[in-house]
Each structure stands twice: as C-alpha cells, then as structure tokens.
Design a protein around this ligand. Structure first.
Ligand code: HEC
Length: 151
C-alpha cells in the first residue's frame, strides 16, 4: 500500500507543475466582467487603433464644415484651457504653466504637418497630456482640421 502511494505520487507530480503557470492564465478582478478571449489567429477589424510614433499618416478626414465645427467644440473642451480658444491668449491652465504652452497660431502650425499635430495629440508632447484613450482618431483629425482654421 505504501509503495502504491509512492508510485501514485511520482505519477501525479508532473501534473502538479502545472500550478507554476497558473499566474499566466486569463483572470479578472472581482466585479470585472469576464474577458472573452478572441479566437486564436484572429485579427482586429475594429476597436483598438494601430498607430505608432513612426507611422506616416495621411489625414483621412476632409475639412468639411461639419468636421471644423466638431473640431472647434472638441478644442473648447479638451485644449482651450491650456492653449486658449484663440491664439491671442492662453487658457487659465496654460497661464499657470511656465513656460506657457504655445499659442498654436497660424505661423507656428505651418511648420507642422497634419500628422505632426495628430501625433502630438495622440501621444502627448512634452508637458502636454496624451489623448489616445480620450478622443477617437476621427475626433483628433477633426481637431487637426479646426486648428488649420483657428485664429
Ligand atoms: C495641460 C495643458 C495642455 C492641454 C490640455 C493641451 N496641450 Fe497642447 N501643449 C501643451 C504644452 C505645454 C505644449 C508644449 C510642449 C512643452 O512645452 O512641453 C503643447 C504643445 C502642443 C502642440 C505642438 C506640438 C509640436 O510638435 O510642437 C500641439 C499641436 C498641441 N499642443 C495641440 C493640442 C491639442 C489639439 C490639444 C487638445 C486635444 C492640446 N494640445 C491640449 C499643453 C497642453
């Protein structure tokens, strides 16, 4: 009987090593909705955007009246407190920063491509926060379009 126990222990031991990988399995916190794993080899068709700081980007959004209006509204909500609603005067937060943020006036923006502006907003720039997880890509391009017309 004793021998049987020993043999069983040796037979089962390799299975117990499975416990070593227990921390690399899908898990979720209390109250968190279960995460559904995508099937193997699937590729994302929507959702997470794939953009890197090196990517060469082209502005896909035409600066229609609608795009400019959305960009203006988004600028008022997300950017004006620092950069100012117009390039003449910085916003209340911007005035507290030393040195203050750039006014993003026409001359300054001429030196930046649409992609430069898009990436500054997406990834943040120096002391400026990033908006990758706060604004959709389309919203960021609307901002780029609006900035080109901002006075
Ligand atoms: C918390 C204040 C703050 C907010 C909010 C903010 N910025 Fe900025 N932004 C800055 C500062 C500061 C700089 C200059 C970077 C530095 O000095 O570190 C800057 C730089 C920039 C630049 C210049 C990047 C370059 O390549 O020179 C652009 C374009 C810009 N911001 C656009 C935006 C837009 C669009 C928004 C809104 C979505 C926004 N910023 C929101 C503070 C801010």
């Amino acid at each position: 009987m004793k021998r049987f126990a020993i043999v069983t222990l040796f037979a089962v031991a390799p299975l117990l090593t499975g416990a070593l990988w227990m921390d690399s399995q899908p898990s979720y916190k209390p109250y968190q909705a279960p995460i559904l794993m995508p099937p193997p080899d699937s590729v994302p068709v929507s959702g997470k955007e794939i953009v890197s700081e090196e990517a060469e980007l082209r502005n896909p959004v035409t600066p229609t009246q609608g795009s400019l209006e959305k960009g203006k509204a988004l600028f008022g909500i997300n950017c004006a407190m620092c950069h100012g609603q117009t390039s003449v005067k910085r916003g209340p937060v911007g005035m507290k920063l030393k040195p203050p943020p750039p006014g993003l006036d026409h001359d300054m923006l001429q030196g930046l491509s649409d992609a430069d502006i898009f990436k500054a907003v997406t990834f943040g720039f120096g002391r400026m926060p990033h908006f990758q997880d706060k604004l959709t890509p389309r919203e960021r391009w609307n901002l780029v379009n609006f900035l080109r017309t901002r006075r």
